[in-house]
Design a protein around this ligand. Structure first.
Ligand code: EPU
Length: 420
């Protein structure tokens, strides 16, 4: 298992490129199941999760061909519609093959995703939505077995106790493209990745209206064709680099960035006295003084994203005062708290809220990565800490950031990957 060894305390400077969005790519790749023709996807990041989805699509009869950052997808065989537990347990986003398989092939067998380091991840809303569209669904041996001669349009509500579901909205949106009649999704998730999915579906000939708002209308069509699409820049990766510039008192040009996708993040960073300025197709982020403390609550888009909660927490560990961070999407997503404490952070968790009293310096320590974003937070802390930090189990970070150690090193960080 690989680990990162970081010698902290270097200011980051220079320019870094942001990859295409992982969370846009994954459902878009699954959507290729719906198509009669070849699809080309550009801006695809080289990540473990993309490999897992490619492998799974291969088993589902889709040929997947990666060249550079372009991915060719073509359905060659509709014989197998079984997404196996061995793959689903590696990556929960595998659930987004359920809607496309059911809509296109009339049947799907998808392993039910289990537990996860960031807390319970139910899929009841996905299943309720598909049932409303006429699917018959049962659970057998840990697999969801879904069937329907042809789905029909329905009114579907995607709100849950912690807000709207992102991949649930994706699943219903994809399934509805080939249904008979019109589907209306109320309380749809509004994340930019869903607007990107809708753009891809519409390029295939689907009729999806209102994506990116809570009210999405999909008129079913008879068939979808191949298409070409470039995915949006990864707003979480961009936000992680913004935090890296800030935590090291550095100055980094980050591009491409869709600032309109990142207003909540920029708002919190500016409240900490981080300078974020639009520059070309990206942003220039710098911070020459000690960070100001800040309060933040994660919310569905356009609120502050849960996927940047851990990284922001690393930042406030070094702020000049008390900060309060509340997690409203995944109330148990706090595995990084105990690890940051190992580095000297003054940090106190109370239910879904963490109170951090900023300190002047963090101290390097061996720490354990537990999930993708928590690992990114530990790397950020290591970049700023005195001495040596060893982040173990970085396979988590490889799921969502392409060779992040090389990109930080190119900005002046002292970080290297060690393979056991
Ligand atoms: N929820 C339900 N019922 C459901 C589905 C979700 O109660 O049927 C709850 C969840 O337990 C959670 C909340 O609703 O409390 C939101 O979950 P959501 O379904 O929106 O999460 P997701 O679609 O499974 C995507 C991202 C996550 C990101 C969340 C929230 C992808 C591949 N994953 O997950 O990304 O944290 O939305 O924005 O798009 C990551 O990239 O590190 C990551 C975890």
């Amino acid at each position: 298992m690989d680990k990162f060894v970081i010698h902290g305390g270097r200011r980051l400077s220079g320019a870094v490129k942001v990859n295409g969005s992982k969370n846009a790519c994954l459902p878009i790749m699954a959507a290729a199941i719906l198509s009669e023709g070849a699809c080309s996807l550009h801006g695809v990041p080289h990540l473990a999760d993309i490999d897992t989805m490619s492998f799974m699509l291969g088993e589902l009869g889709v040929s997947v061909n990666l060249q550079g950052d372009s991915l060719g997808l073509l359905v060659e065989d509709e014989g197998c519609s079984h997404a196996r537990y061995d793959l689903v347990r590696k990556m929960r986003a595998s659930i987004c093959v359920l809607g496309p398989l059911l809509a296109k092939r009339g049947c799907a067998r998808v392993a039910m995703p289990g537990g996860c380091a960031i807390g319970p991840r139910p899929i009841d809303l996905h299943l309720r939505g598909l049932k409303a569209m006429g699917a018959e669904i049962e659970l057998h041996g840990g697999d969801i077995i879904a069937s329907s001669k042809r789905l029909r349009g329905a009114e579907v509500f995607m709100g849950g106790p912690f807000g709207s579901t992102v991949l649930g909205t994706a699943n219903i949106m994809m399934a509805a493209t080939l249904a008979v009649g019109t589907t209306v999704i109320e309380c749809a998730a509004c994340e930019p990745e869903l607007s990107d999915l809708a753009a891809f579906l519409n390029a295939m000939g689907a009729r999806v209206h209102g994506a990116g708002t809570p009210h999405v209308v999909i008129e079913g069509v008879e068939a979808l064709r191949g298409c070409e699409h470039t995915v949006i820049p990864d707003r979480i990766e961009a936000g992680t680099f913004m935090c890296a510039a800030a935590i090291t008192n550095g100055q980094v040009h980050i591009s491409p960035v869709r600032l309109d996708h990142m207003m909540a993040v920029v708002d919190r960073l500016r409240a900490m006295d981080v300078i974020v300025e639009k520059a070309g197709d990206g942003v220039e982020v710098s911070c020459a003084r000690r960070l100001a403390p800040v309060d933040a609550t994660t919310q569905p888009y356009p609120g502050f994203p849960t996927d940047l909660q851990a990284q922001l927490m690393a930042l406030v560990c070094l702020a000049d005062g008390n900060s309060v961070i509340t997690e409203k999407i995944f109330p148990d997503r706090f595995m990084h708290v105990a690890e940051l404490a190992r580095m000297g952070a003054q940090i106190h968790k109370e239910g879904p809220t963490v109170i951090v009293t900023g300190c002047k310096k963090l101290a390097g320590a061996p720490v354990m990565a537990s999930d993708l974003r928590a690992s990114a937070a530990l790397v950020l802390a290591g970049l700023a800490a005195d001495g040596e930090t060893v982040v173990n189990r970085v396979y988590h970070i490889d799921r969502g950031y392409e060779r992040i150690e090389r990109r930080f090193a190119a900005l002046g960080a002292d970080v290297s990957r060690i393979s056991d």
